[in-house]
Write a protein that binds this ligand. Structure first.
Ligand code: NDP
Length: 327
């Protein structure tokens, strides 16, 4: 059968991850990368991957079955997803949780009008974690859902650290609290404060002449980002930052703990341990692209979330193969 033709819009960490993930999926074929930068300036992982200007997209609607949007959630996707959903079937990883309903509406109207299918907010959180939260709640209505993140590098918190005056560089790791996880796994359904669930570890390179105590104080008291957590600040050299903190690990747990019948305790857990957050997220996005292509072929247009996609649609296998092999 003919491969599903995929385009990548935006080439950062996630874009690179999608390029790599397509190579692991025989039923998908990469048309190329579309960037807002000068195409010749963009170095792809694979030398054979073509790079085109973002502005060329409108002329390529006949060549691309699904466009995977790899721009940032803050500034890129709110603009690009509605615009491109009018031209292509799209997948995005929009992860500003509070804005997802508005983003859905902004994408749904143009997609529907154009007969295109969009899957927004795919990835792992939102994405795979969301699916597991839904299953947990539906199966154990008398229960509590817990999400723990980490150990992982948080891009948003790392950016916040780097904006502190006197900081030349740095990263932030979110660490789930082992005691809190153990309490949740025991089925005791504890009430946990923000501080009890996660700690935050920062590794910081000081700028020339900066006051370490003042930098530490500015970080640990920062509202929204650190004030509600136990935060450690470790000062390191620029070399150590480059050598030991360049990887982008992440992961976490979704746990639903509930009671059934006369009070028997049931615990459901889904866990991810990721050496590369962008490569894993990208792997979810390419499976999502396959699902979007099939939904569109079935005439299911407009915006969707992972809740609206039947699990078998993510798989390259046919429904008959899945019944025979995985049920
Ligand atoms: P990046 O900052 O690496 O890339 C975002 C965009 O910035 C790219 O698409 C690219 O667009 C542009 N860009 C990248 N590198 C450069 C550069 N050197 N100079 C100028 N512009 C550049 O973001 P990520 O790929 O790490 O993440 C994208 C989004 O994915 C995040 O905002 C996050 O919201 C989301 N995400 C979602 C997850 C989930 O589970 N749902 C998990 C992880 C991330 P262009 O090529 O057009 O210039």
């Amino acid at each position: 059968s003919t491969p599903i033709r995929i385009g990548i819009a935006g080439y950062g960490n996630l874009g690179r991850g999608v390029e790599a993930a397509i190579a692991h999926n025989d039923d998908l074929e990469l048309v190329g990368v579309f960037t807002r930068r000068e195409p010749a300036s963009v170095q792809t992982l694979r030398p054979e991957t073509p790079v085109f200007a973002h502005d060329d997209l409108a002329a390529r609607t006949a060549d691309i079955d699904v466009l995977i949007l790899c721009g940032g959630s803050k500034n890129d996707l709110p603009e690009q997803s509605p615009e491109l959903a009018a031209l292509f079937n799209i997948v995005d990883s929009f992860d500003t949780h509070a804005r997802i309903p508005a983003h859905f509406a902004a994408v749904d109207a143009p997609a529907r009008a154009a007969g295109k299918t969009a899957l927004i907010s795919s990835g792992w959180d939102p994405g795979m974690f969301s699916i597991n939260r839904v299953y947990g709640e539906a199966l154990l209505p008398d229960g509590d859902t817990y999400t723990f993140w980490g150990r992982g590098l948080s891009q948003g918190h790392s950016d916040a650290v780097r904006r502190v005056p006197g900081v030349a560089g740095g990263v932030q790791y979110t660490i789930p609290n082992e005691q809190a996880i153990a309490a949740v796994r025991s089925g005791s359904r504890p009430t946990l404060s923000t501080r009890e669930k996660h700690t935050r570890d920062c590794f910081v390179v000081l700028a020339e002449g900066a006051d370490a105590a003042a930098v530490r104080e500015a970080i640990v008291t920062m509202p929204d980002y650190f004030a509600d957590y136990d935060t450690t600040v470790t000062f390191i050299s620029a070399d150590e930052l480059a050598q030991d903190h360049a990887a982008m690990p992440h992961g976490g747990f979704v746990i639903r703990s509930g009671n059934t019948g006369e009070g028997n305790s049931q615990v459901i857990e889904y866990s991810l341990t990721l050496e590369s957050n962008p490569e894993f997220t990208a792997s979810v996005l390419v499976a999502s692209a396959r699902a979007v292509h099939r939904l569109n072929q079935r005439g299911q247009v407009g915006a969707h979330t992972v809740f609206d996609v039947a699990p078998g649609l993510f798989s390259p296998k046919s429904a008959a193969e899945l019944r025979a092999e995985l049920l």
